[in-house]
Write a protein that binds this ligand. Structure first.
Ligand SMILES: Nc1ncnc2c1ncn2[C@@H]1O[C@@H]2COP(=O)(O)O[C@H]2[C@H]1O
Ligand SMILES: [Zn+2]
Length: 329
């Protein structure tokens, strides 16, 4: 399975099944070996493995979506994104390792609810981070804490440690979906020049590579993508349940009695968030893989639209049947 890690058709659910729910440490360890990070940075293999396990344990197992399986999926996706021939040859080992680590830790200790929920339930994290990118700040600081605690990089020269932690910061913070337009604008300007040269230019590219990896689930094959959609929507519905229980303002789309997975999937995430990002990615790095991603996205959108249409027809039918019964009686 791991031999297929470079392929976009890679199915992390299958790896998870064969590893008894531990796809994350298997995948991350495999990539650390493949990229030769252990030798290049003289890492202590035991400390490294402990660090990876700490990160895995830092993900909440009971979240349907934001758990270590999502992190493993994002790691595999950023690995594919950075392999592109106009990117990989320009990346240093440190930059590659920062990208893999950021993907691995980008949702660390995610509570399974969004920032709006944290705000309306007066969660302490909101005041800790002044209401700005609350979750992303939490994931980033948690990552740095684990790296300190595990001492896996304690022997790195200070310039390398500084650059590694700086990259982790800007990469994880860039995953805030509310910053999408801002980052996309920067990407469009920066990437009119297709040659990867300056530090700043590379940073933007890796930020976008991680953003694409984070929201790539609609670009996977239908079988895989549908599973992710069901998992994220179940997490949304659980948030809706909690909003009701706590008498908080109810997010309409998250109300399981009114909404469905198909409704959420066709509501605009694919068309207004995912597609514009992947179109830019494909312009910057046109490849068989980027075309496949866009193709999958468009096919999956059509499939969800068909499912939603059927659901609406069934609802219309049952309303008509109900009103006929009422008229007859
Ligand atoms: N298939 C999907 N449908 C709707 N929203 C999604 C989907 N996949 C990811 N997201 C959202 O995109 C966000 C990206 O950042 P997060 O992983 O923090 O949280 C994610 C979800 O809120
Ligand atoms: Zn994520």
């Amino acid at each position: 399975l791991l031999a297929n890690v470079n392929k976009w058709s890679f199915n992390v659910f299958v790896l998870d099944w064969f590893t008894n729910g531990h796809s994350f440490p298997y995948l991350v360890t495999h990539l650390f070996h493949t990229y030769n990070f252990i030798r290049t940075f003289k890492l202590d293999a035991l400390k490294l493995y402990r660090t990876i396990r700490l990160v895995e344990l830092g993900y909440c197992k009971t979240n349907p979506y934001h758990n270590s399986l999502h992190a493993a999926d994002v790691v595999q996706a950023i690995h594919c994104n950075l392999l592109e021939e106009n990117i990989y040859p320009h990346m240093t080992s440190l930059e590659m390792m920062a990208a893999i680590l950021s993907a691995a830790c980008h949702d660390l200790d995610h509570p399974g609810v969004n920032q709006n929920f944290l705000t309306s339930s007066s969660h302490y994290l909101v005041s800790l981070y002044n209401g700005v990118s609350v979750l992303e700040n939490h994931h980033w600081k948690g990552t740095i804490s684990i790296l300190h605690e595990s001492q896996v990089f304690q022997h790195l020269p200070s310039h390398q440690w500084k650059r590694l932690t700086y990259l982790i910061e800007i990469l994880i913070l860039a995953t805030d979906i509310s910053k999408q337009q801002e980052i996309l604008r920067k990407f469009k300007v920066d990437l009119t020049d297709k040659h990867v040269h300056s530090h700043r230019h590379k940073q933007t590219i890796v930020q976008i590579a991680l953003k694409c990896a984070d929201i790539c689930n609609p670009c996977r094959s239908w079988k895989v993508s549908r599973k992710w959609s069901q998992l994220i929507c179940e997490e949304f519905f659980r948030q809706g349940d909690r909003e009701k229980d706590l008498n908080l303002p109810l997010t309409t789309a998250y109300d399981r009695t009114q909404s469905t997975t198909a409704k959420i999937q066709t509501a605009g995430f694919m068309s207004f968030i995912v597609e514009p990002l992947f179109i830019e990615w494909d312009k910057f790095s046109p490849s068989h893989r980027s075309k496949q991603m866009l193709l999958n996205l468009r096919c999956n959108r059509v499939k969800w639209a068909e499912i939603e249409k059927k659901e609406n027809e069934e609802v219309d039918g049952s309303i008509r049947r109900q009103s006929n019964t009422t008229l007859v009686s």
